[in-house]
Design a protein around this ligand. Structure first.
Ligand code: PLP
Length: 396
């Protein structure tokens, strides 16, 4: 029998998707499930993007350039300029989602056995991309009590070894919803410069910031040009998860030249989706204002309702559309399964993501869940009611 690679054996399962068979079974039994487990927004894609697909009278759906079409990259550079980030189309590589941008970034800067420091809890697929790249994740724990703010910079410094190549942050954060302040970015900038490391910032939720606070990008920080790599995506910004378009942005020429070789190996990012994504850049500001208002309302409702449940602790997010809640249970893996298999409230139940999969330190986050507030306010209220009723009867 031919054997599977060690890498393959060690690829982690997605903590978000592993409960899917239980959800399918619950659905077969006729239960209605409120899906709070996955960041698939129910928001409509901008009409300009959909129209661009309808109106594209292509005769051949050809490859595009490996780095993405020049007109699209030029327009992306214009978007960044509006957000005080000074880049040109030459600093951008269009990828198949932010996911591929992460893979290209890891592949371009790290070798087998190198280390990347990541504040946890973090986007679970960072574990998968690290395993695929043979890279070791070194976690720094951020705490619910601090709203998941940046851990003290000394905690990062202690972990730096000759193998450390980069620090990776997600800003604003999935799964925490925490938005790093300018001061926190400056602290990270100082440490990566001091130790000559890369700073990768996953900014795919950069437009989703609330309460009048501004997003501060690592590429707004002067002097970080050789260190900074931004990961970006159209998936959430324009509710275009299925387009599979993202980009890697860096002023470091060697990073771009290297990432381009990875891009050439997979030939090109999706051509039709680039047309839609380029058009999406013309989305009127009103669309974003409305979407943001909607998420703020949802967040407020969700947090207010969760805080009413005895024994539940929740961090207040000011970005993205996720929050971490601590529940009065020992193991949310079992609880989340039980919600689908054995519980219903008026024939309804909820699907949540157990948070342990967002940590790489074993045993941490076992009593936490991640909730994505991608459903309307009414559904969120019902979902929290279901959660509250479930907690009344659940036995660990
Ligand atoms: C923090 C973060 N980064 C990257 C991605 C990858 O997104 P995509 O490949 O759809 O651009 C996601 C998707 O949920 C995410 O939450």
């Amino acid at each position: 029998m031919p054997t599977i690679s060690n890498k393959g054996i060690h690829m982690p399962e997605s903590p978000i998707r592993k409960l899917v068979p239980f959800a399918e079974e619950a659905q077969k039994q006729g239960k209605h499930i409120f899906y709070l487990n996955i960041g698939q927004p129910d928001i409509k894609t901008p009409q300009v993007a959909l129209d661009a697909i309808k109106n594209s009278n292509l005769e051949t759906l050809a490859y595009s350039r490996s780095e993405g079409s020049e007109s699209y990259r030029t327009k992306i550079a214009g978007y960044y300029k509006k957000h005080s980030i000074d880049v040109t189309h030459n600093d951008i590589i269009v990828t198949t989602g932010g996911s591929e941008a992460l893979l290209f970034a890891f592949g371009s800067i790290m070798d087998e056995g190198d280390e990347i420091i990541i504040p946890e809890p973090f986007y679970a697929n960072y574990n998968g991309f690290s395993t695929a790249s043979g890279v070791n994740v070194i976690p720094v724990i951020s705490k619910i009590e601090d709203n998941f703010a940046l851990p003290p910079i000394e905690a990062f410094e202690k972990l730096i070894t000759p193998k450390t190549k980069a620090i990776l942050i997600c800003n604003p954060g999935n799964p925490t919803g925490y938005l790093y302040s300018k001061e926190e970015i400056k602290k990270l900038a100082a440490i990566v410069k001091k130790h000559d490391l890369f700073l990768i910032a996953d900014e795919v939720y950069r437009e989703f910031v609330y309460d009048g606070v501004e997003h501060y990008s690592i590429l707004q920080e002067a002097g970080l040009e050789d260190h900074a790599i931004i990961i970006d995506s159209v998936s959430k910004r324009y509710s275009m998860c299925g387009a599979r378009i993202g980009y890697l942005v860096s002023k470091n020429k060697a990073v771009i030249t290297t990432a381009l070789k990875f891009a050439q190996a997979r030939l090109s990012p999706p051509t039709l989706a680039q047309i839609a994504s380029e058009a999406a850049l013309d989305t009127p500001q009103r669309y974003f204002d409305d979407v943001k208002d909607e998420y703020v309302k949802r967040r407020n409702t969700l947090i207010t309702e969760l805080e009413k449940i005895e024994g539940v602790k929740v961090a207040k997010p000011n970005g993205a559309f996720y929050c971490i809640a601590e529940l009065p249970v020992k193991n949310t893996d079992n609880f989340a399964k039980w919600l689908l298999e054995s519980f219903d409230y008026n024939n309804n139940t909820v699907m949540v993501a157990p948070a342990a999969g967002f940590y790489s330190t074993p045993g941490v986050g076992l009593n936490q869940i991640r909730i994505a507030y991608v459903l309307n306010e009414e559904s969120l209220k019902t979902s929290v009611k279901i959660l509250a009723e479930a907690l009344k009867v659940y036995k660990d």
